[in-house]
Design a binder for this molecule. Sequence first.
Ligand code: SF4
Length: 286
Amino acid sequence: MQARSHESIIKEAVEMTKDPEFKGYIHDVGGPTADFRRPACDKQLTRGVCTDKQCLFPRPCKNLKATHTDYVKLLRKLREIPGVKKVFVRSGIRFDYVLADKDDTFLRELCKYHVSGQLRTAPEHVSDNVLKLMGKPESNVYKEFCKRFDDMNRQLGLEQYAVPYLISSHPGSRLADAIELAESVRDMGYMPEQVQDFYPTPSTISTCMYYTGVDPRTMEKVYVPSNPREKSMQRALIQYRKPENYDLVKEALLKAGRKDLIGYDRSRCLIAPRKKSADTKTKKKY
Ligand code: SF4
């Protein structure tokens, strides 16, 4: 892992303030996983990163030194630059790394100064079957992060939301997993605008699973949703409230034996039965 120096980032920020078009807003500092700015542990400096385990998955390694001290210092310096009104962290932070840090200074300053109403993070799914294949923490880790984010905003008197970035049809995701994801979206009370259907990209374990149907880490078989109709259904389920997704969502629920999610109870059901149109009723009379 490499981190850009404070001096280099500050220099660029100062240059930006000299631009006549600069309005005082720095829209992102850090890019994806912005809060990773140091080696995971002391051992990594001398012996390199472990090849047989991961620092945060399935849970944080006992040697991990989770700290946001350097990132907090950088953000403070950027806020102090004359002409800078706001500095945002938009691309993303690793929420499991935030939880691993016992000091809440970063979370406090993130909520107070660096979020503009919505914080995007990438839990990517909620089904633990799928998350395990993705190499992501279990869903209760994201729930815990959302709780801490909400608590902190409440303490600060702010109304801000954690917005999840979700992926449909990742290898391992069956219709039942996609429905679990849709139910979690229902419980959030918020329909994500950004949904990405899984797309194989070079040199990733997910792509290897997609093409081989096998998890190369365990050599176990993995279900791969590659049928275009099923992929459309999985994607539609995440945005089940969109009228144009109604038919696909209904088809998915019936196929998965989840008719119980079609009904009028808005706290439980994803879609309501469609009322018969006046035309249909009229035709039936004759
Ligand atoms: S897995 Fe643990 S010991 Fe290995 S590099 Fe990561 S934090 Fe260090």
